[in-house]
Design a protein around this ligand. Sequence first.
Ligand SMILES: NC(=O)c1ccc[n+]([C@@H]2O[C@H](COP(=O)([O-])OP(=O)(O)OC[C@H]3O[C@@H](n4cnc5c(N)ncnc54)[C@H](O)[C@@H]3O)[C@@H](O)[C@H]2O)c1
Length: 264
Amino acid sequence: MIDHTTFDGKVVLVTGVASGIGAATALQFLRCGADVVGGDLNSGSLEDFTRTVSGVAPGRFHPVALDVTDAASIAAALDHATGVRGRIDVLFNNAGIAPVGSALETDDALWRQVMAVDLDGAFRMSRSVLPALIESGGSIVNTASVSGIGADYNYAAYNAAKGAMINLTRSLAIDYGKRGVRVNAIAPGPVRTPLLEHNLAQLPALEGAFNQFIPLGRIADPQEVASVVVFLASPLAAFITGAILPIDGGVTAWNGQPNGDFVQ
Ligand SMILES: NC(=O)c1ccc[n+]([C@@H]2O[C@H](COP(=O)([O-])OP(=O)(O)OC[C@H]3O[C@@H](n4cnc5c(N)ncnc54)[C@H](O)[C@@H]3O)[C@@H](O)[C@H]2O)c1
């Protein structure tokens, strides 16, 4: 059972904490007793989030400025996290960007930017935090995507980064399992966060299309993703490592062929 004491005395490090999936997940870890060290690039939203959670878990949320593309920034965040209780138990590699672009629309700069945040960032964070996780017997949860399992139209760099994130997860899982570290990934489908809201605002008909093709008939709430991350990091998942868990309302169960019910 997971309750308000499950993560008592544990330190959870979350990247991309100030918005969407990161924010919802940090909140659930705080409700389960953890100290959460939350890093984000956006200092304004980090301040807002810190104010929001101050009433929920006084003194247990520790904000830190973090750019996952910058080695010095990662080192400083790690120092900060270690300073909280002298340990790190969970790393949630969640920071990500998803700019639109097919291959012909993706120049070198855009490609590098997506790889730097979505893939290199998670790799560097993992490499930096692994020694602490080996000591604590901790775990990593990576935010991949259904776009790393199958491809999304017009997201060449994002699809490639999330696909690589999935095999990075497996690689870390097999290399560090015998040293007591579990590594898993979540693969969300569409989740109602600012990242997705931005796309929905530009193309309002998109929401109806999502509702039609998602077998459960709707976009997910961030809390529905957060609860799975907390589960994967908890003792309930003690024998799960290297798993890529879709949280997609059935999207990846579909083979892509048209549904006769919706063909006019
Ligand atoms: N929303 C979806 O539909 C969806 C679906 C599948 C996967 N994802 C993944 O979930 C993760 C979170 O996405 P979200 O929807 O909550 O997005 P979001 O934009 O709401 O939140 C992402 C957060 O990451 C931060 N961030 C961006 N670059 C950073 C950097 N270099 N260093 C540190 N922080 C940085 C942003 O400031 C922001 O607070 C991403 O990895 C995304 O690819 C989202």
